[in-house]
Design a protein around this ligand. Structure first.
Ligand SMILES: [Zn+2]
Length: 49
């Protein structure tokens, strides 16, 4: 299972409706809207730890 970096939901890689490759890593999203958000400002979602 992967985690949607935008909304924090757990996403099954096989059933993810949207994926996005950023800096060599693949991210999975529960909704195309989450992917759109991530594409706009990926650092915002990856920077917080
Ligand atoms: Zn999401």
């Amino acid at each position: 299972m992967a985690k949607d970096p935008v909304c924090g939901m757990t996403v099954d890689e096989k059933q993810a409706v949207a994926t996005y490759v950023y800096k060599g890593a693949t991210y999975y999203f529960c909704h195309p809207g989450c992917k759109a958000q991530f594409k706009k400002s990926p650092e915002q979602y990856l920077g917080k730890k």
